[in-house]
Design a protein around this ligand. Structure first.
Ligand SMILES: [Zn+2]
Ligand SMILES: [Zn+2]
Length: 89
């Protein structure tokens, strides 16, 4: 089981969170991406690289996530099984 924080792929320890995010939560902090761990591979004004498939994609291929600094999920909509991609056919 992985940490339930969206940008985190570390193994979960307590409450579904990894040790780092668990301690953030215990201290009453807002959960934040872990520095050093969550490096974004590539990003520019038109889009970024998905952390899952490592494909460069446009911003509108990423779902909104107000919790992150760029307001987008780190994984693209194709790699995000919770929200199957809408096909415009
Ligand atoms: Zn975590
Ligand atoms: Zn992807």
């Amino acid at each position: 089981m992985k940490c339930k924080f969206e940008e985190c792929d570390k193994p979960a320890k307590g409450l579904g969170l990894c040790t780092s995010h668990y301690s953030q939560q215990r201290r009453g902090h807002e959960l934040t991406p872990l520095r050093g761990y969550n490096r974004s591979p590539y990003k520019d004004e038109n889009g970024k690289v998905c952390t899952k498939c490592n494909e460069y994609r446009k911003w509108d291929e990423f779902y909104d996530n107000p919790k992150t600094t760029d307001k987008k999920h780190s994984r693209c909509s194709v790699c995000w099984p919770r929200y199957p991609r809408k096909l415009t056919t």
